[in-house]
Every structure is written in C-alpha cells, then in structure tokens.
Design a protein around this ligand. Structure first.
Ligand code: NAD
Length: 495
C-alpha cells in the first residue's frame, strides 16, 4: 500500500471531473448551475459539480431510451456484454488508487477501507455479474403437447439508479453491474455529497466500449435530479439505496407516474447479540467495535445496538472499551487511519444531537461524547459508547449513521430475540454463541435480511445483500440482483 505522503500526492494531482455524463459526453448542467464538493476532513472545496435537474434528466433518459431501442447494447449477445463489463472491471482495477482517493476525499472514508473493501468489492461485483450473464437459461413451461410455452427474462429498458454517499463507488457498481449485464440502459444519480467516483466510472465505461447513451451519470440533488428521475415516465425500474424516508417518497413518485418498479435498500439499526456461551469474548468485542466504528459508523449494516447477556456484561464492556481506543478519528489519507471524517457538518450535528438525547434519557457515556463543529476544520467524532441503553430511548430506536453504540443487556435467549426485533428496521444482525442449535434458533427468529453468526459484515458477490421491514426489500449482488432488472415475458406458441 502507498504511504501517507504518496496518497497525499495523488490526492493533489488526481483529476476531479464534476460535469454530468450524458450520451457519452461530459457536459455542464443545462442550467449551468453547480454546487461545491467539500472535503469533510478539511472543510475545503474540492471541485464544482454540475447541478443537474429535470432538463438534464430528460436529456439523459432520452439518450438511454434511444440507446436501448437501437439495440446497440440490448441486442448484443450476453457474451459480448460480458466482455465489455469485464473490460470495465479491468479498467477499475487499473485505476484503483485513483478511485480510492476520490471517494476518500469526497466523503471522509479511511483510504485503507477503500483499498481493502470498496474498490476490490466493486471490481468483484462487476466481474462476477458479467461472468454470470451468459450462463443463465430461460424456461419452457410444462404445457400440453400441442403448445410450446416459453418463459423469457428480458431487459426492462431504462433503469434509474439513485445511490447514497457512504460507499459511493461500491453502491454504484452494485446497481449498474446487474442492470447493464441484463441489457438495460442506465441513468445513475449519485449522492450530491459524493459524485466524483461515479463520474470517473462513467469515463472508464466509455473507455471499456460501453456504447454512448447506455450508461449516463447525473450528479445533482435529490429533490431536483432525483425526484425528476423517479417521476419520469420513460424509466421502467428505479433502483435505490438510501434512507427509508426517501425510499417511501420514491414509491409515491412511482405511483404518481408510470408504476415503475421501485427497489428499496434502506436504513438499518442492526443488533448484535452476545450470549454467555460466546467462545471468544475478545474477538466478539473487537468485532463489535469494528461493526460500529469502521467507516465512522456510516454503514447501513452497522451494529449500533449491542445487547450482552448480563452474566458477561462487565467483562465484555471492558474488552469493548479497549477495542474502541484503536478507532481514533484521523486523516483519512493516512493508511494507518481506522476512522475518518463524517461526511459533512449536517451529519456531525445530527450525531451530536443523538448523543445529547441519549444522555438526556439516562444513557451513561462510557467513551467519546458530544462532538462540536470547529470552523475551518474537518468533521471528526470520537468513537462513542453509551451504556444503560434501553429500547425505549430514541437513540436506540432511530438510525444515527455515526460512530455511536448503544449497549444494553438481556437475561435469556427469549429476551435477546425480543429486544433485537423491537425496531422498525431489519437489515442485519450479528449473533455470538458457541451453541450451534442456538445459532440456528436465533437466526431463524430475528427479523433481518442478513444474519452473521460469530462475525459481522461477511458476504461476497454470491450472497444477496438487503433487508426486511423498513430496511426495504431490494437485494443487491448474487443472481437474485438480476431479477430486479428483467421482465418476465411468456410466449405461447400453438404447434
Ligand atoms: P438519502 O436517502 O438522503 O439519499 C440517498 C439518495 O437519494 C441520494 O442520491 C439523494 O440525492 C437521493 N434523494 C434524496 N431525496 C430524494 C428525492 N426526494 N427524490 C429522489 N431522490 C432523492 O440517504 P443518504 O443520506 O445518502 O444515505 C444514507 C442512508 O442510506 C442510510 O439510511 C443508510 O442506512 C442507507 N444505506 C442503505 C444500504 C443498504 O444496502 N440497505 C447501503 C448503504 C446505505
């Protein structure tokens, strides 16, 4: 890995592309408006980003629709689309350091996480999905002998993808890889807080030979570009990752327009349950710290609610506090850094408000505390652990999206399950036990889309990623992700 000085040098020389990418060209927003991209570690401006709105959405969707209708991509054989996407994966790999620096600068993530998680995961998602597309077969229905019933999976047309800022490159590839592999055209709207890597990806897609109009990127705000995309009648599928609140709005927009299919991957408030028969308390404690402090807690699957069996609470908390000390917020471009800066001042203020509310409701600060924004400096928050947490407290129920851990306790398995499920979200859950039967029993009872036993965050391109309840119902990755971007067509042939 590069040294701190080498990452800094790259951050000073890397090109920052802020224009929209429509029909294979980088261009300004029709209005000419821009907004600043801010480096949250320094509060300094990085670049001007095109502020796209409904006029740009019309251009991009029209380009995507035309490209789809022309068959330049949609009519390619799956094998040809595979080869183009594999070229894109190779280019992402060749430009890995550049992409790593862009996201780290744009949203404050430690460069070490970009290098070990975001970039390799994005490459793997592109390659795995590309490789899968020419290995899928259609079906023939068991009809009578005088008919032939074909069940085909066809691309839907124009897919709009709206993504968040916490894993900018990775969330973009989780959407575009299956959508493009299936033969669709795509308009991607990255978060206004982190558009740089998506725009770089657009340039690489062109270099990889993905035809003009097939992949477009529109930076802009949610209430302008995002809303116009969601309301557009030529968009057939809307794939979203972000907050549950905005997910709900998108479902309304679909109802007000063309009943486009909307796939929601939303927020979380994931529990971690540590039973007294856990075989490695130290490992569980260090994983509990990683599960809330990595990426500054700005992780949809962050285990922000920790419940420990009463008999081991004291020992576990001691180990947890030791582990938390290794997550001091520092310069994201230093490869030793394990916790960077929060994405912006608003996020820092939100986190501060939740910590204060935890204190007001009787929570006991065991580490960290209420942060303050200091003018002209970055948005850094200490890893914060609040004990005596109860499910009736607001900070235990709501998604904070910052490095704040609520620690509560339970007496037996039934109470652990009840506490874990007593929340509107259902994205992930982590269960620590040495008892195999308990691992299965608890995994079955917890209302979450993903359960990790004796670990947290595990998963690769072969496993679907997504939640239940207010965490949404969309699934990224695996062959199941392709189902989101295809229609079923039946052909009944009289013989
Ligand atoms: P957000 O909902 O504020 O924004 C997400 C995207 O929606 C952005 O691109 C934004 O511009 C756009 N948007 C906002 N308002 C819109 C509107 N009215 N119409 C159309 N688009 C609109 O979320 P965020 O703050 O960017 O991301 C954090 C959230 O994402 C957290 O809740 C986190 O848990 C969630 N998340 C979920 C997953 C998952 O896989 N389930 C993964 C990562 C993040």
């Amino acid at each position: 890995m590069k040294t701190s000085a080498e990452w800094k040098a790259l951050s000073e020389s890397v090109a920052l592309q802020g224009q929209a990418f429509i029909k294979g060209q980088f261009q300004d927003a029709v209005s000419g408006e821009t907004f600043p991209a801010i480096n949250p570690a320094t509060a300094a401006k990085l670049a001007d980003i095109a502020s796209c709105d409904a006029a740009d959405v019309d251009l991009a969707v029209e380009a995507a629709r035309e490209a789809f209708a022309s068959g330049v991509w949609s009519d390619l054989s799956p094998g040809d689309r595979k080869r183009a996407l594999l070229r894109l994966a190779d280019l992402v790999e060749r430009h890995a350091d550049e992409l790593a620096v862009l996201d780290s600068l744009d949203m404050g993530k430690p460069i070490a996480e970009m290098v070990s998680i975001d970039v390799p995961d994005s490459i793997d998602c592109l390659r795995w999905t590309a490789e899968s597309i020419d290995k899928l077969y259609g079906e023939i229905a068991p009809t009578g002998h005088d008919t032939l019933g074909l069940i085909r999976h066809e691309p839907v047309g124009v897919v709009a993808a709206i993504t968040p800022w916490n894993y900018p490159l990775m969330m973009a590839t989780w959407k575009i890889a299956p959508a493009l592999a299936a033969g669709n055209s795509v308009v991607l709207k990255p978060s206004e807080k982190s558009a740089l890597s998506a725009l770089r990806l657009a340039g690489l897609a062109k270099e990889a030979g993905i035809p003009d109009g097939v992949f477009n990127v529109l930076p802009g705000f949610g209430h302008t570009a995002g809303k116009a995309l969601a309301l557009h009648n030529e968009v057939s599928v809307l794939a979203f990752t972000g907050s549950s609140r905005v997910g709900g709005l998108l479902m309304e927009y679909a109802g007000q327009s063309n009943l486009k299919r909307v796939w929601i991957e939303a927020g979380g408030k994931s529990p971690m349950l540590v039973f007294e028969d856990c075989e490695d308390i130290e490992k569980a404690a260090s994983t509990a710290a990683a599960a809330i402090f990595s990426n500054q807690g700005e992780v949809c699957i962050a285990c922000s609610r920790l419940y420990v069996q009463s008999s081991i609470r004291e020992r576990f908390t001691g180990a947890l506090l030791e582990a938390a000390k290794t997550y001091q917020p520092q310069d994201p471009l230093d490869p030793e850094t394990r916790m960077g800066a929060l994405v912006d001042k608003t996020q820092l203020e939100t986190v501060a408000r939740y910590i204060q509310s935890a204190i007001d409701e009787g929570g006991r600060v065991l580490a960290g505390g209420v942060p303050e924004a200091v003018a002209g400096q970055g948005y850094f928050v200490e890893p914060t652990i609040i004990g005596d947490a109860r499910n009736s407290m607001r900070f235990v129920q709501e998604e904070i999206f910052g490095p704040v851990l609520a620690v509560g306790e339970f007496s037996d398995e039934a109470e652990a399950i009840r506490l874990a499920n007593d929340n509107r979200y259902g994205l992930g859950a982590s269960v620590w036990t040495g008892n195999l039967s308990r691992a299965h029993r608890v995994s079955r009872k917890i209302q979450s889309g993903m359960i990790w036993v004796n670990g947290w965050g595990g998963g690769d391109s072969t496993m679907p990623f997504g939640g239940m309840k207010a965490s949404g119902y969309g699934r990224d990755k695996s062959l199941h992700s392709l189902e989101k971007y295809t229609d079923i067509k039946t052909v009944w042939i009289n013989l």
